[in-house]
Ligand binder design. Structure first.
Ligand SMILES: NC(=O)c1ccc[n+]([C@@H]2O[C@H](COP(=O)([O-])OP(=O)(O)OC[C@H]3O[C@@H](n4cnc5c(N)ncnc54)[C@H](OP(=O)(O)O)[C@@H]3O)[C@@H](O)[C@H]2O)c1
Length: 358
């Protein structure tokens, strides 16, 4: 199917979110018209940053209230759009019937619009690497687009914490099949890694979770990451570039998925220490890590760290189709910290006796 035309109209779901907000901004910067879909246009705490974007004043950016839990909420909004970036979370990843129902009604709105030629479905690296059995990462350590979690593992259930990655795989498949059936649009899946970078609105400090974790580090508390996994990162601005690049690409095909990550990884304790290294002017008092894992996980720390260290992160596929240069993680951490201070007014803990020079 056709990529979206330059200056065309794109609807973005989850537009008040961390990633969605950057997709909106970069689409506007590139000359597109944007329909930003949020849950509640009148929730000023979440939408003011969108209304302050330049395109809002001229009408190139318009905002719509649409709650995914209401079937048909995108009817009309998608009419006239060339592309859709479906970035939003859903209310419950553990209820697979609900996940499918949400996909179905979004698809119905896309079909009814008759103008959309491409939909980007935001998935996650969880749909690539989230394993019920960590040994599966030893057996298949290369993390690339055709790698899926072992779907035959009987422990892969929402009850055992796999609802998110299962829901993402379901959405990818439901959209691809629907696009194939319709024949007039295609569905491309983007699997972002751990997004780090600047927030644009104070409310985004609570989301993520990665920017929220950096907020907690600034406040003097941080926790060991899931199963000692290092952060596997992408800058949120590069993630947005990937989404837009996929809308524009002439090389992608329905059903394909692309991972958006720089392939940089860093252990959580090193992320925390990076704050003082990158911004010594702040005097950040680097806190100790809190390991709140149960004993049975703690005793496996070395083994689990070794499994993650053996994973090979690949981004060849997205680099082959997009002229993207992923930012280094240091830049993303620095910009995230500064945005938390400047936009969310976070007051970091500082070392005893430290005096800021300004
Ligand atoms: N952040 C990451 O590191 C990361 C990594 C991998 C994948 N992803 C995926 O990327 C997408 C965006 O993540 P994010 O970090 O930008 O999340 P976020 O900041 O929490 O934003 C998600 C948005 O989803 C919207 N939303 C949730 N439930 C909704 C509903 N029932 N109806 C309408 N909107 C609803 C929220 O809208 P309102 O604000 O208007 O209430 C929110 O703005 C998600 O699909 C996530 O799974 C994120």
């Amino acid at each position: 199917m056709a990529p979206i035309p330059k200056g065309g109209t794109v609807a973005v779901t989850g537009a008040a979110g961390f990633i969605g907000g950057w997709i909106v901004r970069l689409l506007l910067d590139k000359g597109y018209r944007v329909r930003a879909c949020v849950r509640d246009v009148d929730d000023e705490s979440k939408t003011t940053f969108l209304k302050q974007m330049h395109g809002y004043a001229s009408g190139r950016l318009t905002l719509y209230s649409a709650d995914l839990d209401n079937d048909g909420c995108f009817d009309g909004i998608f009419t006239g759009c060339h592309g859709v970036c479906h970035v939003s979370h859903v209310s419950d990843y553990d209820d697979q019937d609900y996940v499918k129902r949400v996909c179905d009604h979004i698809i119905e709105s896309v079909n009814k619009a008759q103008t959309v030629t491409r939909v980007i479905v935001t998935s996650s690296i969880a749909a690539v690497i989230s394993e019920a059995d960590m040994q599966e990462l030893v057996r298949r350590p290369v993390c690339y687009e055709d790698r899926y979690p072992d779907e035959q593992n009987p422990k892969r259930t929402p009850e055992r914490g796999q609802g998110y990655s299962m829901g993402k795989v379901i959405a990818q498949r439901v959209f691809s099949e629907a696009a194939e059936q319709n024949g007039n649009w295609d569905a491309i899946t983007c699997c972002p890694a751990d997004n780090v970078g600047p927030i644009q609105s104070a409310h985004q400090k609570n989301m993520g979770p990665w920017q929220h974790n950096i907020e907690m580090m600034l406040l003097g508390k941080y926790f060991q990451n899931g199963a000692y996994r290092p952060w596997m990162t992408v800058d949120v601005r590069d993630d947005a570039e990937c989404h837009i690049g996929l809308l524009e690409s002439v090389d992608v095909k329905n059903g394909e998925r692309y991972i958006a990550w720089s392939t940089d990884t860093r252990n959580v304790e090193d992320i925390c220490a990076s704050i003082d290294r990158l911004l010594p002017e702040l005097g950040h008092d680097t806190p100790e890590v809190t390991d709140s894992f149960p004993e049975r996980v703690q005793v496996r720390e070395q083994e689990l760290r070794a499994i993650w260290a053996g994973c090979e992160l690949r981004n060849d596929r997205i680099r082959a189709i997009l002229p993207i240069r992923f930012r280094p993680l240091d830049e993303s951490i620095r910009d995230c910290v500064e945005s938390l201070l400047y936009i969310a007014r976070i007051k970091p803990v500082v070392r005893d006796g430290f005096k800021q020079t300004v």
